[in-house]
Design a protein around this ligand. Structure first.
Ligand SMILES: [Zn+2]
Length: 345
């Protein structure tokens, strides 16, 4: 797999059934079933709401600092096997503090795992604190203020959960505080919401990346602006398929259009335990559906690294790894294009 940066993954969305069962036993939490196959079957759903119902229900097993460490550590292990060399991982503190879990347990457990990632898994990792948009702007400000004593444990803020009806404009205060604290700023926009949500995230929240952003394609002026500014879009093809926010045939996914438009797009896994796979699974699916060429997969890997908040030195090292991977797998870059030797990847 091309060495890549994972910039759009929710740690809560990486809770695989075996760990779910292990944590349920550890914390004496009753699940709807004790049968692994039955629990797995509940990870398949037809639309957003049934997904969210299972997703929030499963979070009940996460209680202690150790649980959060185990969750992030399991993700990092899986990500390193998928070729992820650097990860910026979303976490939703409000999903846990709302259940009575101390914020300290959430942040310290997760950040211990990211801090140990270089030694354990040979990759770098950081955390991005995300606000649940359906809880509104004031709750976001409160959450951020509560988290500031742990400021050194996360690098930025994000905005996720149900998009429609909760435009970026509601979160200007929280994003202003984040900016004044020197935190990076990203936001989900243009997944369910229209191009106006993307404009708002850019203009009112001053975000450095847009998560998803697929619906930006509906607005030619926005596409031109994104092309000019090269604000990154973190696109999640398997998530789009699972939640029906893209055509039901992966071959018709707008990823190639976004690349052709010259946008700074990269591919990511969103909630991989629920949406059919991690970054390597995503690349395998894109190859099988012939959505993009092998050279475009190289560009997507390069874009993911360029779009990250890693240091310039670290980015340069990772970009060298991409080059080396290309050479080692018979892909030569000539005049900006790469030639694929079929079957070598
Ligand atoms: Zn997401």
């Amino acid at each position: 797999m091309w060495p890549s940066a994972e910039l759009h993954v929710h740690v809560e969305g990486t809770l695989e059934v075996p760990l779910l069962m292990q944590l349920a036993r550890r914390n004496d939490v009753a699940l709807v079933s004790t049968d692994e196959a039955e629990l797995r079957a509940r990870y398949r759903f037809a639309s957003l709401q049934p997904f969210l119902d299972v997703y929030y229900e499963n979070l009940a097993v996460l209680r202690t600092e150790e649980d959060f460490f185990d969750l992030a550590n399991a993700y990092l292990k899986r990500a390193s096997a998928a070729g992820v060399r650097h990860a910026e991982i979303f976490f939703d503190p409000q999903s846990h503090t709302g259940r009575g879990v101390p914020l300290r347990s959430v942040i310290l457990g997760l950040s211990q795992a990211t801090e140990e990632a270089p030694e354990r898994w040979g990759m770098s990792a950081d955390l991005i604190l995300s606000f649940l948009r359906h809880l509104g702007g004031e709750a976001a400000v409160g959450t951020l203020r509560e988290a500031l004593p742990y400021r050194d444990h996360f690098i930025g803020v994000g905005l996720d959960s149900s998009e429609q009806g909760f435009p970026p404009s509601l979160f200007q205060d929280a994003y202003q505080i984040a900016a004044s604290e020197g935190l990076h700023r990203v936001a989900h926009a243009g997944e369910e919401g229209g191009p106006d949500y993307v404009w708002e995230a850019l203009d009112l929240l001053d975000v450095e990346r847009i998560d998803h952003g697929n619906r930006a394609l509906e607005d030619a002026e926005l596409v031109a602006s994104l092309r000019e500014t090269q604000v990154p879009l973190t696109v999640c093809p398997l998530s789009n398929l699972a939640l029906h926010t893209a055509p039901s045939d992966l071959a018709d996914h707008p990823l190639a259009v976004m690349l052709d438009e010259g946008l700074m797009v990269s591919i990511h896994s969103d909630d991989p335990a629920y949406f059919g796979g991690y970054l390597d699974d995503t690349v395998t699916a894109l190859r099988a559906a012939e959505v993009v060429s092998e050279d475009q997969l190289r560009v997507l890997a390069v874009n993911s690294i360029r779009s990250s908040f890693a240091s310039e030195d670290h980015k340069a090292d990772l970009l060298t790894e991409v080059e080396e991977y290309g050479r080692a797998h018979g892909l030569t870059v000539e005049g900006g294009g790469a030639r694929s030797i079929a079957g070598s990847l």
